[in-house]
Write a protein that binds this ligand. Structure first.
Ligand code: ADP
Length: 398
């Protein structure tokens, strides 16, 4: 069985085709600058030469057509006809309170996702465009929606409600939803396998530390709390997002700088986080380099980032009444030994001891990086959201 995984952004479309008999990647790629001049598709088959197709892509439908042609191309293709694609799995960011798991895409599901677009105006509309395009081009192929929010739907009310008037939740569904759920779920499952313990018995804190960053308290296989909230702005400091903030600061900045709410939203989403503090970059590699050259603002940006992760590890351990493992994943979590070490440096009191000889220079490989006598394991677990989407898709269509 071959599953095509699609992740449609506003001007890009990432794809992977995975053979689910043995979970092997056949090809991956990305269509970029959709609707903008200079669009192209970069197609990378695993066993053949990669290729860049420079072609005008006016919309997602045209992009998907080019991708499907590339998948069947005689030199760069990985299927002989489109009939070999058994299903399409779509990444969808926001499913509101409607779905607590992945679902077969039907008109009813599409209507529900359209309703959620209001909650994720940047993400859901392009996700839906991908679904509409596939409905037209691959009409006979079953489609599955896999949602970033779904894994966190198990949170109790005490985790997902804000301390605002209850009517605002009832009227507008203002609550914590959480994101990166597919990644948190995947690394939680894989960590249980690595530790050779049933997931249903474990208390985990999963740390998805990339450009966007979030953490989850995963207890007995279920997300019971997470750092991102109503939108992906809450929680950790991120590449360009501020994360947790005293809400009173917003009106104060508006008044002092004479800005409207859109301008402040722009500051909080695009100009804050480690970029805003350091003034150097939103990329952790650049900031680590600047910090190594004694750039004080870069150093403090990293300290703020690390400290907030450490704080949430402590908070979630307390919330779960214990902790079996801290799990690091995504760009920074998988690649930066410094970040993992700094985040864990004060955790010995709770039995989490990082082992430098295992952590140093380790990148992108699953491993236990705590000392053998550490009662709380520290784990590096590379995420694979596309494989998780393909697995959920396969499970639903079989
Ligand atoms: P996203 O999917 O949110 O764009 P990723 O999970 O791909 O994010 O993570 C991207 C970030 O990971 C980069 O911005 C960079 O800061 C960080 N990163 C990647 N590799 C390294 C590395 N070797 N050392 C430090 N940081 C890294």
């Amino acid at each position: 069985m071959k599953v095509l995984v699609l992740n449609c952004g506003s001007s890009s479309l990432k794809y992977q085709i995975i053979n689910m008999e043995n979970e092997t990647l056949l090809a991956k790629g990305v269509a970029e600058r959709i609707g903008i001049e200079g669009s192209f598709v970069k197609h990378e088959p695993v066993d053949k030469d990669k290729t860049v197709i420079e072609v005008a892509l006016h919309n997602h439908k045209e992009a998907i057509k080019v991708v499907l042609d590339a998948l069947q191309d005689k030199d760069h293709g990985v299927v002989s006809t489109l009939d070999e694609i058994n299903a399409v799995g779509h990444r969808v960011v926001h499913a509101g309170e409607k779905f607590s798991g992945s679902v077969m895409i039907t008109q009813e599901v599409i209507d529900a996702l359209e309703e959620c677009s209001d909650l994720a105006p940047l993400h859901n509309p392009p996700n839906l465009m991908g679904i509409y395009a596939c409905q037209e081009i691959l009409a006979e192929v079953p489609m599955v929606g896999v949602f970033d929010t779904a894994f966190h739907q198990t949170m109790p009310k005490s985790s997902y409600l804000y301390a605002l008037p209850y009517e605002l939740y009832e009227k507008y569904k203002i609550r914590r939803y959480g994101f990166h759920g597919t990644s948190h779920k995947y690394v939680a499952i894989k960590t249980a396998e690595l530790l050779e313990k049933p997931l249903e018995t474990l208390k985990l804190v999963t740390c998805h530390l990339g450009n966007g960053a979030s953490m989850a308290a995963v207890m007995n296989g279920k997300s019971i709390d997470t750092t991102m909230g109503f939108t992906p702005l809450e929680g950790l400091a991120m590449g360009t997002r501020c994360g947790d903030l005293d809400p009173a600061i917003i009106s104060y900045i508006m008044e002092k700088e004479g800005l409207d709410i859109n301008a402040v939203n722009n500051i909080m989403n695009k100009k804050s986080g480690v970029l805003g503090i350091s003034g150097v970059s939103s990329d952790f590699r650049d900031i680590e380099n600047a910090a190594a050259q004694d750039n004080e603002r870069a150093q403090v940006a990293l300290e703020i980032f690390y400290k907030r992760v450490t704080k949430y590890i402590g908070a979630y351990a307390a919330e779960m009444g214990g902790l079996d493992a801290v799990v690091f994943t995504a760009g920074l979590g998988e690649n930066s030994d410094t970040a993992r070490k700094e985040i864990c440096k004060t955790l010995a009191f709770m039995g989490a001891n990082i082992d430098d000889s295992k952590n140093d220079n380790l990148r992108g490989k699953e491993a236990i990086i705590s000392t053998d006598d550490s009662t709380v394991k520290i784990v590096l677990m590379p995420t694979n959201e596309e494989l998780m989407i393909a697995r959920e898709t396969k499970a639903l269509i079989s």
